[in-house]
Structures are given as structure tokens and as C-alpha cells.
Write a protein that binds this ligand. Structure first.
Ligand SMILES: [Zn+2]
Length: 403
């Protein structure tokens, strides 16, 4: 592979007239000269970067800005239809440059994410390599579908578990089906603003329940991601020792420092918030017009405290077909990150969350040959990241520029 420049994401410097030698699924060397006799893919005036990593997606979801949209998918769509649309989502994600994703819960589609991950690995369908969570965990009465007639049984978008023993059992059961992560909803309902401009809610769990989930997962080599959108939700998740906080709509400076100390990542999912805030506020859920401000402050607190911020979009919370995941880069920069920090969030930092450091997120000898390229200088204008037109995953070209 030859291109006008390669961004070394570690140093933040460009290598001009870069040559990346790929053998099989691995990068053999990075330099400026082509070894004799090697076929060359010349990308011309493009910037080469490591394949992108999105640490928060839902391939089995197709946008749920309103309750009605969510209920439509959970109650009415046939499982095969959802899987078919997930297959399309995987192709879209790969074409936009995501070579690796952490898909964080199926929203009523059981363990179909495990099957999709395996189908991608088998080469049956194109897609990013996946780490998956199956159904997320939450407690009874805390997650939709709620408030439908009580004498009928309706599906819930999560697996519910209660009590420390019940939660241990749920984690054991989930991991037995082949999931990589456990996702918990640390808080959901009852969001309200606080006097100092943050967001709070009651917790979904007791301390004992959350501790049981985390210790059971960690004991079996799995990691835990916590949806935490309130002060209490985030505090309890951090205290329980989860590995990543998702969304993080309310993180005061002292909690941010605690996250940094414990090495807990933040996946801020700014793109989805921009997408859902208005429709949800218009639906009568006023809190959604306040959340973006509290969220921006929280991201800033985390940045200042040195929390590792991992690129996460919540794609699927917005429609795969309408919004490119890479718009998250622009949102990250809007909230104060530099373009280089934003690019690292989706490469070196994201690889660290997934336990793939040195294999993914870098263009270096020994890493997977996951590469993207596009025209322009992403350090000057991060919107370039939405214009990726070349994608290689594990040494295989999956998208080439249209001449
Ligand atoms: Zn999500």
C-alpha cells in the first residue's frame, strides 16, 4: 500500500510518501520504499490511517429516537428481518471505515449478535470484527417495554435479573452463549436535573447486585460496560469497578478523577445524543433538552481529569442508513477534543478498551492489516474522517476509491 501520507497516531506526525507492506492479514513493515517484486496498491493523494474502531454500536437496532420507533422494532419486527437489516448495517459500517466494533446489546434480539460475529469471522458476510454483549442486564421494571397490560407477557429489551445470586446466574448464562462483554443499565428511568446543572436518577441496582455482576464477569475473563446517564448511575458503576462508562451524561469532576484513577474508559456517544435529544423532548420528555449541556460538561470534566475517552457512537440508536458513524469525530472536536485526540479515541484508545492494543488501532509491524484512507488532512479538518473511500480489513481490500 502506498499513499501520499500516513498518520502515525501515536506521535501525531505524518509519514510522507508512506509504504505499508501487508502480508496475509498482518502488517509486515512500515516505511517509504517498496520491497522489490511486490505488487503495489497506490492510493495517490490520500491519508492512510489505522482501521477505525467504534466501541458502542447496535447493529440490530435501526434508530429509536422515539418510544414508538423502539416498540415497532421490539414488538412487530420478525427476528429474521432484524438480522437482515443488521447484515446491511455491518456492511455500511465496514464501508465507512469501521474495521472493529463493540456491539453493546441486541435490544430484544437475544444472542443474534453472537451469530453475526461468528458469521463475519467465517467470511459468510462482510463486516467489522465484533465483540458482543448479547442482551444487556437490568432489573425488573426498569427497561422497556413497560406499562403494557400486566396480564399479558411482552418482550423486554434486556434480560432482567434481581438479587446478587440472580445476577451471578444471569452473567453465567450469558457468557455460556458466547458473549464477550456484559452490559448493564446502571440507571434508566426517573431522570431529573440537579441544582448545579447535572442529571440524576434512582439507581437500577443495589450495590450488592452490581458488585455481583462485575465480579462474576471479571472472574470469567469478561469485561463490563455500564450504561450510566445519571450521577447516581455513574457513581455506582464506577464504585463497582466496571470497565467502561457508556454515555456519561452526568460526571462531576471528582467522579472523573476517580474514573481516571481506576482506568475506567468513557464512551461518550455524542452523535446519538445529537440525534435523539430533540425528538424525545418534543415527545414530552423535557429532560432531553437539558441533557446535552450536562453531557458536554461531563466530557470536559473527563478530559481534564485524564479519563481515556473511547470513540463510541451508539449507531443503531440513529439509523445506519442516514448518518455516518464518523460524524462522531466532528462532535468530539465540537466538545473540545483536538482532531488528533478524536482520531486516537477511535484507534489506540478504542483498541485498549477492547484488549486489542498493538493488534488494532495502529499501523505498525505485527498489527492486523486494518487500514482506511481518504483524501485530505484530518488533523486540519476532522470531517475528512467521514470521507474515507478505501478500507482494508485483515489484509483484504473491502472498499476501493471509485475512479
Ligand atoms: Zn447504546
Amino acid at each position: 500500500m502506498r499513499a501520499a501520507r500516513l498518520l502515525d497516531v501515536r506521535s501525531g506526525r505524518y509519514v510522507e510518501r508512506a509504504v505499508v507492506v501487508v502480508r496475509g492479514d498482518t502488517i509486515e513493515s512500515v516505511g517509504t520504499s517498496v520491497p522489490p517484486g511486490m505488487p503495489v496498491v497506490d492510493l495517490g493523494d490520500r491519508t492512510l490511517l489505522p482501521g477505525l474502531i467504534d466501541t458502542h454500536t447496535h447493529v440490530l437496532l435501526q434508530g429509536d429516537a422515539t418510544q414508538a420507533e423502539y416498540e415497532q422494532q421490539i414488538l412487530k419486527e420478525y427476528p429474521a428481518h432484524r438480522v437482515a437489516r443488521a447484515v446491511r448495517a455491518l456492511k455500511i459500517a465496514l464501508d465507512h471505515g469501521s474495521t472493529t466494533m463493540r456491539d453493546l446489546e441486541t435490544e430484544g434480539a437475544g444472542y443474534d449478535d453472537v451469530a453475526l460475529r461468528d458469521a463475519v469471522n467465517e467470511g459468510v458476510i462482510p463486516g467489522p470484527r465484533l465483540q458482543v454483549a448479547g442482551p444487556a442486564l437490568s432489573t425488573t421494571g426498569t427497561y422497556p417495554i413497560l406499562h403494557f397490560r400486566p396480564d399479558w407477557k411482552f418482550p423486554v429489551g434486556v434480560q432482567t435479573c434481581d438479587g446478587a445470586d440472580g445476577c451471578r446466574r444471569a452473567v453465567r448464562e450469558q457468557l455460556s452463549y458466547g458473549t464477550d462483554w456484559v452490559k448493564v443499565y446502571s440507571n434508566t428511568g426517573g431522570l431529573h436535573t440537579t441544582e448545579d446543572g447535572y442529571v440524576d436518577s434512582p439507581p437500577n441496582w443495589t450495590k450488592e447486585e452490581l458488585a455481583a455482576v462485575v465480579s462474576e464477569a471479571h472472574g470469567r475473563g469478561a469485561k463490563v460496560a455500564a450504561h450510566a446517564t445519571s450521577d447516581t448511575g455513574a457513581r455506582m458503576a464506577v464504585e463497582a469497578g466496571v470497565d467502561s462508562i457508556e454515555h456519561g451524561n452526568s460526571i462531576r469532576p471528582e467522579l472523573a478523577r476517580e474514573m481516571a484513577r481506576k482506568g475506567i474508559f468513557l464512551s461518550p456517544t455524542i452523535a446519538v445524543l445529537a440525534y435523539v435529544a430533540d425528538p424525545r423532548a418534543k415527545e414530552g420528555r423535557q429532560i432531553w433538552s437539558e441533557i446535552p449541556r450536562s453531557h458536554a460538561k461531563s466530557v470536559e470534566n473527563c478530559r481534564k481529569a485524564g479519563v481515556k475517552i473511547a470513540f463510541g457512537t451508539d449507531a443503531g440508536g440513529f439509523p445506519w442508513t442516514e448518518i455516518n458513524q464518523a460524524t462522531e469525530f466532528e462532535h468530539e472536536v465540537r466538545l473540545g477534543m483536538t482532531p488528533l485526540e478524536a482520531i486516537r479515541s477511535s484507534t489506540t484508545v478504542a483498541a485498549e478498551v477492547l484488549g486489542l492494543a498493538r493488534r488494532a488501532g495502529v499501523v505498525e509491524k505485527g498489527a492486523w492489516a486494518d487500514l482506511v484512507a481518504g483524501p485530505g488532512d484530518p488533523l486540519r479538518d476532522v470531517r475528512v474522517m467521514s470521507r474515507v473511500d478505501f478500507v482494508m480489513k485483515a489484509g483484504e481490500v473491502v472498499r476501493r476509491p471509485v475512479p
